[in-house]
Design a protein around this ligand. Structure first.
Ligand SMILES: C[S@@+](CC[C@H](N)C(=O)[O-])C[C@H]1O[C@@H](n2cnc3c(N)ncnc32)[C@H](O)[C@@H]1O
Ligand code: SF4
Length: 347
């Protein structure tokens, strides 16, 4: 079992971002952080994890570094008995707000992995994306986490823009990180970037070049994730583990049901236990397992496929698009065509 905690506050809104985050609701922070512990207590009853069994906690956002470490304490104290001894505890952090003091505070709560939202080291690209940090702040944030003793440090980069990404990768590799998550710029609806197609360059050739360069040092273990270290939380999610989802904009998953807490901060604070439930059919669960398994190195258990789907596997194995081992099929290291393969299998 895994746990995800969503922090829906940001200092500013980036031009491309459609995530559930607010720049004008900081006054709700204290109440929000009380509400997440209430929801956690409720979910612990519903998910009923054994003591020392939760493999990972991922604090994402929004911007977790907009909330002071002491405000997380009650949440950590409540979850602690259920976390495995060496659980992976990751927090996302933005370079402009993750001061040494903040990182130290989170470290003393038990956080052992930091994922910095760097996006780029190019000042012009950062400005275009609407980020409010500089190249120097990004480099300093990574270095200060390293100095504090964080062994697992990741950065997020955005590629497939009209800007060159080669220098970003070179600078990333010069830093003490062991993981990169990289996302092709998506022009999301209801963001300033929507329909600004001149800002993207989503050619497969460019994506291929990006992947070639990153994989010269790091292993690609999912379409967007590369590392010397492979995140337990990510792998658990792609393997279909149950996960507790806490906070406004989080999602939880247990057996065949998905749970959606209120997205609206005020509504969430009023009633953190009001969680909408979506029941997934057997077919939906299988489709999800095929997509997640082929987009990552997790693979797909052949026994979940029907006879028609199994016949298609033979063709894909023959064409060397998939490999087969111990009753599972795996992507043959071309994650860019993972969705295409998955669609072919389920069609
Ligand atoms: C939602 S953010 C939360 C973490 C943190 N606030 C930050 O900005 O880095 C997680 C990651 O999603 C990615 N992301 C969000 N919207 C995106 C978009 N429209 N296209 C590509 N990547 C996006 C960014 O790389 C970002 O680091
Ligand atoms: S990308 Fe991160 S910092 Fe920017 S608005 Fe989205 S969640 Fe906030």
């Amino acid at each position: 079992m895994l746990t995800y905690l969503h922090i829906p506050f940001c200092d500013s809104k980036c031009h491309y971002c459609a995530f559930n985050s607010y720049v004008d609701k900081f006054s709700k922070r204290k109440d929000y952080m009380k509400a997440i512990t209430k929801q956690l207590k409720y979910e612990l009853k519903r998910f009923n994890p054994k003591p020392n069994s939760i493999k990972s906690l991922f604090i994402g956002g929004g911007t977790p570094s907009t909330v002071e470490p002491y405000m997380y304490k009650e949440f950590f104290d409540t979850l602690a008995p259920y976390l495995k001894q060496n659980a992976e505890i990751t927090t996302e952090a933005n370079p402009n707000s993750s001061s040494t003091q903040w990182l130290k505070g989170m470290q003393s709560l038990g956080v052992n992995r930091v994922s910095f939202g760097v996006q780029s080291f190019d000042e012009k690209k950062l400005k275009k994306l609407g980020r409010n940090h500089s190249k120097k702040q990004a480099i300093d944030a990574v270095n200060s986490a390293h100095k504090l003793g964080f062994k697992n440090i990741s950065i997020d980069l955005i590629y497939a823009t009209s800007f060159d990404v080669e220098d970003d990768i070179d600078i990333a590799f010069s830093l003490p990180i062991n993981h990169i998550s990289s996302y092709a710029l998506t022009l999301e609806e209801n963001t300033p970037f929507f329909e600004k197609t001149e800002l993207t360059d989503d050619s497969t050739k460019l994506a291929g070049q990006f992947i070639n360069k990153v994989t010269s040092k790091f292993t690609q273990y999912e379409i967007s994730n590369f590392g010397e270290y492979q995140s337990i939380h990510n792998l658990g999610y792609w393997s279909g583990s149950d996960y507790i989802g806490i906070g406004a904009g989080a999602v939880g998953f247990l057996k065949n049901q998905r749970y959606y807490p209120n997205k609206d901060i005020e509504e969430y604070i009023k009633n953190p236990l009001h969680v909408k439930i979506e029941k997934l059919s057997c077919e939906e669960l299988t489709t999800e397992k095929i997509f997640l398994g082929l987009r990552s190195k997790v693979g797909v258990d052949i026994s979940i496929l029907n006879a028609k789907q199994k016949l298609k596997l033979d063709i894909l194995i023959e064409e060397k698009k998939l490999t087969c081992k111990d009753n599972k099929v795996y992507n043959n290291n071309n994650f860019l065509i993972a969705d295409e393969i998955a669609l072919y299998i389920i069609s």
